[in-house]
Design a protein around this ligand. Sequence first.
Ligand SMILES: *Cc1c(COP(=O)(O)O)cnc(C)c1O
Length: 465
Amino acid sequence: MDASQGDAPAAPRPSPDLSRLPRVDLLLQREDALAAIDAYGRGPVTDALRRVLDDVRDELRAGAPLPAPGDIVARVAADLRHARAGRLTRVLNATGVVLHTNLGRAPLSAAAREAAVDAAGYTTLEYDLAEGSRGSRTAHVGALAAELCGTEAATVVNNGAAALVLVLAALSTGREALVSRGELIEIGGSYRLPDVMAVSGAVMREVGTTNRTRAGDYRAALGDATGLVLKVHRSNFEVVGFVEEASATELAAVAGEAGVPFVYDLGSGLVRTAADGPFAREPSVDAAVAAGADLVILSGDKLLGGPQAGIVAGRADLVRRCTAHPLARAFRIDKLQRAALEATIEAHLRADVPTELPTWAMLTAEPAQLRARAEQVAALVGPAATVEPTRSLVGGGSLPGVELDSWAVVLTRDDVDGLAADLRAGDPPVIARVEDGRVLLDLRTVPPADDDLLVDLVRACLVDG
Ligand SMILES: *Cc1c(COP(=O)(O)O)cnc(C)c1O
C-alpha cells in the first residue's frame, strides 16, 4: 500500500475494452450529443461526458461490457436532466393548504399572469410616456394600493418583511417602537420580530405581557424617545384563555396623544372585513384604517392573492418618508411583480370577493362542488380511489386555526410514502398530503381545469406501483 517503497505494484491488466471507448470529441459530434448541447450547452455536456466516461472506465475494469456510444450519450443526457431538475417547476398542489409558502403562496390570476408576461420585455417601469422622460416605479401601483386600502397614499416594496423594516427604519431609527410582548412573533425561517427590529435600527420597547397587554401599558411607555406604536398581527398562532390586547382604535388614540404614528402590520392582507364565515375574525385593512392606523402593512401574496410584494398604505407624509429612505431602493419591486400586483389590485377594485383570483376561488369553493369533483376524479382513477370529507387550511400565515370543509380523493397502496414520492415524480409533480397511512388529494387547491391532468398523473402512479 505504501507507494514510497520500491517497485510500483503491477498495474492490473487493462480491460481490452478500455481502448475501444470512443473519444470525447467523436462522441460530441453525434446527433444525440448535438441535441444535448442545444439543450444544455457545450461546456456542461462535455463535463458530464467526461464524468460518465470515468464511470464507464471503472465499470469496464470491474468486468462490465463495453456500452454502445448511444448509451453513453443517453447517460449524459439523463445526468444533465437530473442536475436541472432543481429548477423552478410547476406543481399541482393537492395539499389543501391554499397559501402554501413552500409552493409559492398565491397562484396568480389569468390577468396577473398576462400582465407579467407583457412586462417581461421593455416596459414603462420607470418611464413617463407623456413626458418622454424618467418616471416613478411605484407611483401608479402605489396609487392603486392607496385606492384599494382607502388611504391617502401607499407604496410597494419587495415583500411584507421588507415593508416592515422600511417603515421602522424610516420612522423610528434610534427611537423606540412600542410593541406588545404578545406580538413578538416568528413568521417562519429566520423572520423574528425582535431581530427585524434590531436590523431596522429601531429600538424595541416591549410593553405588557405575553397574554395580556392593555392600552395603558403603551401609554405608560410613551416618552420623548418614542418613535411609533406598532401592532403586529399574530398571523400564524392563537393565544387563548386569559388574554387581552389593546384594540387598533385604542392604540390609534394612544399614539395620537403622543403625536407619533400608529403602524399596524396586518400581514395577511384581508382587504375588507368579513361579516361572517372563516374570515370574520381576521383583521382587515378597512377596519384598521377606520380605527385610525396611520400606516398599515400587508403582503401581496397572502389573502390579497397576488405576487410577492409588501404594501405600505396610510398617511401621505409617512409614506413619503418611506419612499425617500435609501432602503426603499434596496427593497424595490421588479417589473414582473409590479405588473401582477396591479392586475391583482384591479381585481379587488372590481369585486368585493374577487373570485377571478385563484386564491379567492379556492377559499370560497363550496364543499358540495368539491365533493362532486372528488367523486368524478375518484371514479376516473378507479377502484384504488375513494372520497371522504377533509379540512383545508388557509396557510401562509393567515387565519391561524381556521379550517375549511373540503373533500379529498383518498388513495391506498401498501407503501404510502412510496406513492406520495411517485406522485411527486410526475410531470408536473403532484404534492399530496399523507395522513393516517393514506394519501389524500384535497381538491380545494387543485384548479378545476387541472382535474383531468390529476387523474392521468394519479393513474400513472397506480399502474407503475
Ligand atoms: C407574513 C407576514 C409578514 C411577512 O410578509 P412577507 O410578505 O412574507 O415578507 C410580516 N408580518 C406579518 C404579521 C405577517 O403575517
